[in-house]
Ligand binder design. Sequence first.
Ligand code: SF4
Length: 598
Amino acid sequence: MSEVSEFSRLVEPVLQRHQWRPDRLLQILRDVQDVLDYLSDDTLVRLAEELRISYAQVRSTRDFYAFLYSENRGRYRVLFSDNITDRMLGNQALFEQMLANFGLAAGQVSADGLVSVDLTSCTGMCDQGPAILVNELAITRMTPQRVDEICVLVKNEVPLADWPAEFFVVEDNIRRADMLLGTPHEPGHAIRAAITRGRDGMLAEMRIANLRGRGGAGFTTAIKWEACRQAPGEQRYIVCNADEGEPGTFKDRVLLQSYAGRVFEGMVIAAYTVGARLGLLYLRAEYRYLRPQLEAFLAGMRAQNLLGKDIAGDKGFDFDIEIHLGAGAYICGEESALIESLEGKAGKPRVRPPFPVTCGYMNQPTVVNNVETLCKATEIAIHGGAWYEAIGTKQSTGTKIISVAGDCERPGLYEYAFGVRIAQILEDCGASEAMAVQVSGASGVCLSEREFGRRIAFEDVPTAGSFMIFDTQRDLFEVARNFAHFFRHESCGFCTPCRTGTALLSDLMDKIADGRGTQYEMNELLRVQAVMKASSHCGLGQTAGNAVADTVQKFRPAYERRLAQTDFMPAFDLDAALAKGRAITGRDDALAHLDQGA
Ligand code: SF4
């Protein structure tokens, strides 16, 4: 079969499914990669022609996302999750074991094109790590034995569908349930309750409830919904941000896995209130395994008239939901970057204003809410705003789900009313030796033991949910170094303070780790962090140095024991760098060496 007809046979159905829509480019690239294994430059040229957009646009989208490949990465692509909690559970030894087993270097593709093994950022399985992805499907609780078993399966080219089912089990690990995790869900109940209240009534209850976004920023949901409802536009959209990429967070994974009814009904209620006809759930690539069951759930809702036309018998209330899959870019958790990604582009944050509520998806008024936030809307629809507002603290109403991982006996999900103290969470999860807690992920705050009396609440310690515990045996310098590398990798590169600052921070941390750091580097870490915080374009750059600054200030000995005693040392050995020159010239006398003491 000719190359042209092969392309047509495999790619035409994908284009047809997406109606040749350029705004579906990311989804098209994902689906084309599924059939062709990777996205060569030639494939991009053909796609650009078919979609009538520029090659540069197609290429910039492909090159932006970690899970889109320009070259063959092997028929089996293994990625080890490399969050700090995976490291604490021994992922590095397992990674080396698998590389040795295949005779590969990190990132190298085997000569027969069978397999590649590499690292990736946090995959959202911190409560059951070390975790890996094989062709984007999650496998948890890796052990040396499991590594060997997987190597045999790969070498025998056993299809993933025939691998032992227990490999792919992802547990919920719900340890403490409150109003959300502990209440049974009756399909349609929340939607019907919202319709009974009416559009104005529902918005009024949201105002009374004072629900704040659970994605971290804590913006008041009612204000967002009202602004979207009032903004001029031909269409309105509801976007569920399920791009849960913050290291240490996995609450949305559990909500999508076991509470999808609440998530989707929350979207329906938002649509009813603001007048939207289409909802988009942006699912992070690492949770791809959830997609089939989520699609099935949506089909079930359509069958029950909880989606589609005249929802729940309310004439003229039409709304449906599509699922879009991300492709491995942490920055797409930022709402304007997520919208760019939904439109098929590289996920770079937009310049704001205008804000998404007035000019979001397809330049139309758009509500972007976190998965947990939408679940909360169902509770407010059923019980009313006053009931909800009575729980939690004055500025932080209701409950919060915390994803607990790290040094504790019982990692998993804990739901508390806002205002719970850090010490209480530590006691509940069995963390008796805790030295530090990183709250809200790599971009959050590192709390020392002296701060364990503080409370989880927007007025004290805000959080998107991540709660990583480090006991007295851990090295907080290595924790901060892992985060510094994470941000270097995840910076979208749009603005200089973040692009350069994240590179500088990780280089400085590496220099200190190599024993070449001095007081100068310590000062530089804080100086660079301050510049990034003040001048980066979006929250990623503004927060990327938080963990470094916190640990420098609160865990200084972890840095100081690595420092060289001089005022400044170069990042590399100057004399050793001249060795090649000496070999070429045949000189090795005293004058051919740098006088290090001068
Ligand atoms: S701060 Fe970083 S992630 Fe945000 S726009 Fe700038 S480069 Fe991109």
